[in-house]
Design a protein around this ligand. Structure first.
Ligand code: SF4
Length: 138
């Protein structure tokens, strides 16, 4: 089935969050839940080393050191181990998959960028009917 991308974009399932399944797209960080224990960084260290803990501004009583994950999408393989490792559900994934940029540096997402809500881009559904399958515009 050919989709007229980029005019048509598939409506994907919600993002992955442990223990339920979902699409493994751009991460979403809930800064209010993050305690800065760097477990996500540890989980990623022997995979790609895409996560680095960095300081961030703001009022976060659960995170006294104010350290949060920063993620380099030039390295990430979207395995989701960092999401599995977080006991507080601070890190989840989303269905946002359009992450291409013109400069490599723009692939580094600061904690504030990870905390921004994902963009819901889907406007087409895949329909399987009796003896045929097609896309419909949502
Ligand atoms: S999804 Fe995998 S590679 Fe990407 S940051 Fe998380 S643990 Fe690292």
């Amino acid at each position: 089935m050919t989709l007229r991308y980029p005019e048509s974009k598939l409506d994907l399932p919600p993002g992955y969050r442990y223990p339920s399944s979902g699409y493994k797209g751009r991460h979403v960080l809930n800064m209010a839940k993050c305690i800065g224990d760097a477990i996500c960084e540890l989980a990623c260290r022997n995979i790609t080393g895409a996560i680095k803990m960095v300081k961030a501004e703001g009022e976060f009583p659960r995170n006294r050191r104010l350290t949060f994950p920063q993620l380099d999408y030039g390295l990430c393989v979207f395995c989701g181990f960092c999401v599995d490792a977080c006991a507080f559900g601070a890190l989840t994934m989303s269905s946002d998959y359009e992450l291409s940029v013109y400069e490599k540096g723009a692939l580094t997402y600061t904690p504030q960028m990870l905390a921004s809500p994902p963009i819901d881009r889907g406007n087409s559904r895949f329909v399987v009917a009796k003896s045929q399958a097609y896309h419909v515009q949502a």
